[in-house]
Design a protein around this ligand. Sequence first.
Ligand SMILES: C[S@@+](CC[C@H](N)C(=O)[O-])C[C@H]1O[C@@H](n2cnc3c(N)ncnc32)[C@H](O)[C@@H]1O
Length: 251
Amino acid sequence: MQNEQVNFGFQKVSSEEKTGKVFDVFKSVASKYDIMNDFMSFGLHHIWKRIFVNKIEPKQNSKLLDLAAGSGDISYNYLKNSRTKNIKTEVVVSDINENMLEQSKPKFFDANFSKDIKFEIINAEEIPYPDNHFDFCTISFGIRNVTDIPKALSEIHRVLKPGGKFLCLEFSPVEEGVIKKIYDTYSFNVIPKVGKLITGDEASYQYLVESIRVFPKSDDFKNMLENAEFKNVRFEKLTFGVVAIHTGWKI
Ligand SMILES: C[S@@+](CC[C@H](N)C(=O)[O-])C[C@H]1O[C@@H](n2cnc3c(N)ncnc32)[C@H](O)[C@@H]1O
């Protein structure tokens, strides 16, 4: 993929440039990431994440890889579910950016989850684990930031065990109607300004809203999963199609 031009929001940049720019975006917003998420989604992201995590049926001694984990909500909710059911699970909480990963740590320490988790810096495009290792792999609001998405999907497929499940939660481009108008107005006019107010960084939030518009439609992303050899691929849209959950299995 070297030298290929890729989307960074509405701009076209080289793939190396995109990886660097995305890194800078999350380095810049890390300390205010959770508070901005609450504000931008009116708290809805907690509900989306709960619905997402409830699609994982934890098994005794299973292993979950949480990619692009950021401030750790998915791993945290999953561990909470497992503990409630008295099921012992292991979780790798990973992200390409140590600044984001740092934000997650207090949540796990406060809940006494430390012995069940490992924190690792991992690029989803090059997962440093052997084939057939994990029972579950999740990526939540992360895949659209990855430079080479087919490469990441193929890596995820490789590290999952046969019978393993992949789950992806991501914003989806809203395609038509009144909702699109309201959503576009809110995203382009409000979010970057509030981002500036809270984090002092308008450009990063401009990227975040643009990156949602250039991410593939749910049907196209389903095809990408099938091209990466996932089977029984399904998706479900939530909240007027603002977000979608894709799931697929390694057989
Ligand atoms: C919007 S945050 C999502 C955080 C969290 N999963 C959530 O749902 O709130 C996107 C994350 O993707 C990470 N990221 C971007 N490119 C990545 C890559 N190639 N591999 C792993 N993580 C990546 C960023 O560092 C950032 O923490």
